[in-house]
Design a binder for this molecule. Structure first.
Ligand code: SF4
Ligand code: SF4
Length: 349
C-alpha cells in the first residue's frame, strides 16, 4: 500500500500545494452526485452541453475514463496573489478581471505539474500501473473528489475551500489503478456564515451550494458567447472576465497565503485596468496580449462585449467617445452592446 505521505511529498516537490486520495467507488455513494444531477435537471447549468447529457453520467463512472481505476489522487495549486480583492477596489471606471486569469492559463501550468508528479510517482514506486491526468477537461466531479480526498469542503459559494489555503485553488486529478492509502473527507466549515450568498450582486447563489449559472456574472462573461440578456447587464458592474466577489468575502480567504507561483502573478495591465485601456485593444493586440492566457478562450468579440457592458455600467461620460466608435464596429455583438452602453450613460446624464 502506497503511503499518503509519499504522495504528498512528491506533490510538494513538484510545486503542488495539496494532495489527497479518494477511492473511485466512494463517489457513486457520495451525496454530491444526486445533488449535481438535480442541479442539471433544474437547468441551473445554463444549457452548457458539456456539463449535461451522457457526460453527467460519466462523472460517477470513472471506470469509463480509466478501466480498472481504483484511486484518484487529487491535487491543488494555489493561485492567490498579493494584489487586493475586488471588494476593496470599488472604482467603476476600472475593469475587474478574475484573479485566476491574471497570469498564464492554469490548464497548461497544472497539466505540466501533474505530468511531472506522475513521472516521479512511477519512478518512486517502480511498478507498472495505469494512470490518467485530468485538468478540467474530463467529465469528473472534481470538487466532490477533492472533498472525499480531504483537500477541503465545498463552500456555500460552490468553491472548494481548504482550511489553510482558502479557495484560490486550481484542482487537478490523477486517476490510477493503484491501491493507495486514503484520506478522510474534509468537514464542512461554513457553519452559519452566509456572506457569499448575501454578497452576490446578481442573486446567483440561490441557496447553499446551488448556483444558478444563468444569473452568475462568471457564466455570462466567460461561458456565454452570444448577447448578454439586457436584464443581466446592469448587475454585471465592471466585470469583464469572471467575478471574484463570493470568494473575496469568504472569511477563509482572509488569511490565505498569497504565494502563487510566478505564472499566476498579474501580467502587465491585467490587474484592475482602466476600461479605456481595454476598449482600445485591437483584435491583433488581443491575440498577442492574451497568448497562453485563459482570456484568449473567449475570443475578442466576447471580451469587447463585456468591456462595452462594463462601460455602460460605469456611469462615466468619459467613455462616450470610445463607445460611439464601438457602436459602429463591424461585429454586430460588439456594436449592439456598445449601443446599449451609450443608452445607459445618456440616461444618467
Ligand atoms: Fe455571484 Fe459573482 Fe459568485 Fe457568480 S461569481 S455566484 S455572480 S458572486
Ligand atoms: Fe462558506 Fe461563508 Fe465562505 Fe460562503 S463566505 S463559502 S458561507 S465560509
Amino acid at each position: 500500500m502506497v503511503q499518503l505521505e509519499t504522495i504528498r511529498q512528491l506533490a510538494r516537490q513538484r510545486g503542488l500545494y495539496l494532495a489527497g486520495v479518494a477511492r473511485t467507488s466512494d463517489l457513486a455513494a457520495a451525496p454530491d452526485l444526486p445533488f449535481y444531477n438535480a442541479w442539471i435537471e433544474q437547468g441551473y447549468h445554463g444549457g452548457l452541453a458539456y456539463l449535461a447529457g451522457e457526460r453527467a453520467f460519466m462523472r460517477a463512472d470513472l471506470e469509463r475514463l480509466l478501466p480498472g481505476a481504483r484511486s484518484v489522487i487529487c491535487l491543488a495549486l494555489n493561485y492567490n496573489t498579493p494584489p487586493p480583492y475586488s471588494t476593496n477596489l470599488p472604482d467603476t471606471t476600472r475593469a475587474w478581471i478574475s484573479r485566476y486569469a491574471w497570469g498564464d492559463d492554469y490548464h497548461e501550468v497544472l497539466r505540466q505539474k501533474l505530468g511531472r508528479f506522475l513521472a516521479a510517482l512511477r519512478r518512486c514506486l517502480g511498478i507498472p500501473f495505469e494512470a490518467r491526468i485530468a485538468v478540467d477537461t474530463s467529465p469528473i466531479l472534481e470538487r466532490a473528489l477533492a472533498r472525499l480526498a480531504g483537500i477541503g469542503w465545498v463552500g456555500k459559494n460552490t468553491c472548494l475551500i481548504n482550511q489553510k489555503l482558502g479557495s484560490w485553488l486550481f484542482l487537478g486529478e490523477v486517476l490510477t489503478t493503484l491501491e493507495l492509502e486514503l484520506d478522510r473527507p474534509a468537514p464542512d466549515r461554513c457553519g452559519t456564515c452566509a456572506r457569499c450568498i448575501e454578497a452576490c450582486p446578481t442573486g446567483a447563489l440561490l441557496q447553499p451550494r446551488a448556483l444558478d449559472s444563468c444569473r452568475c456574472i462568471s457564466f455570462w462573461t466567460i461561458e456565454a458567447r452570444g448577447p448578454i440578456p439586457e436584464a443581466m447587464r446592469p448587475g454585471m458592474g465592471r466585470h469583464v472576465f469572471g467575478c471574484d466577489i463570493c470568494q473575496d468575502v469568504c472569511p477563509w480567504n482572509r488569511k490565505a497565503p498569497a504565494d502563487a507561483p510566478e505564472e499566476f502573478r498579474p501580467r502587465p495591465g491585467l490587474f484592475n485596468p482602466t476600461l479605456e485601456q481595454l476598449a482600445r485593444i485591437t483584435e491583433d493586440q488581443f491575440r498577442e496580449m492574451f497568448r497562453h492566457s485563459p482570456i484568449r478562450r473567449i475570443r475578442y468579440r466576447a471580451f469587447m462585449r463585456n468591456v462595452c457592458t462594463a462601460m455602460g455600467n460605469s456611469g462615466g461620460p468619459k467613455f462616450v467617445p470610445e463607445l460611439e466608435r464601438l457602436a459602429s464596429h463591424p461585429d454586430p455583438l460588439i456594436r449592439e452592446h456598445a449601443q446599449w452602453a451609450l443608452k445607459q450613460l445618456r440616461v444618467k446624464d
